[in-house]
Design a protein around this ligand. Structure first.
Ligand code: ADP
Length: 185
């Protein structure tokens, strides 16, 4: 199964992605996690990505596309994967289409959540985890970019008949159950 999970920052994508991947036995591919891993390992790619992530801006496609292409070629992605955080722009959708070739995505899951709720969650996470891009100003910029550049992708995937929308409000278990039902139907 080849899936994509979308939703604004703070909608709970990362948490739900882990649940979906263990339930369906597929590999979680999160671009945010890959950038943070590169940063922790001190790679040039990580250093480059940090400049953008700390400002809440999107990392340039020249960095991001190659990283995703390489990750999709890893052996553990062959049996299926859940993309989380990519594609984020119309241009990245075209790139991904090229990478996937004859075996496109099976479903695109959109986790919906209202802005006030996600801001609250992100501020709590900032206090708990100390992510450097979870400051109020950067959170606002990430939400703005999501609305401008990423939210329009849901209409695009809807027109391909792939979109499944799930309400991201509620407990983690409630949301997981909703996603699981939606993916099995
Ligand atoms: P969130 O979705 O909660 O903002 P992520 O962990 O998915 O957090 O991403 C963190 C940051 O990584 C983004 O703000 C952005 O700077 C960068 N990033 C992740 N995925 C992409 C992508 N597909 N294209 C460009 N930048 C990306």
């Amino acid at each position: 199964m080849r899936l994509l999970i979308m939703g604004p920052p703070g909608a709970g994508k990362g948490t739900q992605a882990e649940m979906i991947c263990s339930e369906f036995g597929i590999t979680h591919i999160s671009t945010g996690d890959l950038f943070r891993l590169n940063l922790a390992q001190g790679t040039a790619l990580g250093q480059e990505a940090k400049k953008y992530m700390d400002a809440g801006e999107y990392v340039p496609d020249s960095v991001t596309n190659g990283m995703v292409r390489a990750r999709l070629n890893d052996a553990d992605a062959k049996a299926g994967f859940l993309l989380d955080g990519y594609p984020r722009t119309v241009a990245q959708v075209a790139e991904l289409d090229g990478m996937l070739g004859a075996t496109p995505l099976d479903r695109v899951l959109e986790l919906t959540a209202d802005t006030e709720e996600v801001v609250k969650r992100l501020i709590v996470r900032a206090n708990e985890q100390g992510r450097s891009d979870d400051t109020t100003e950067v959170i606002r910029r990430r939400l703005e970019l999501y609305a401008e550049q990423t939210a329009p992708l849901t209409a695009l995937y809807k027109s391909r008949g792939l979109l499944v929308q799930v309400d991201g409000l509620g407990s983690i278990a409630e949301v997981t159950a909703r996603i699981s039902d939606a993916l099995k139907s």
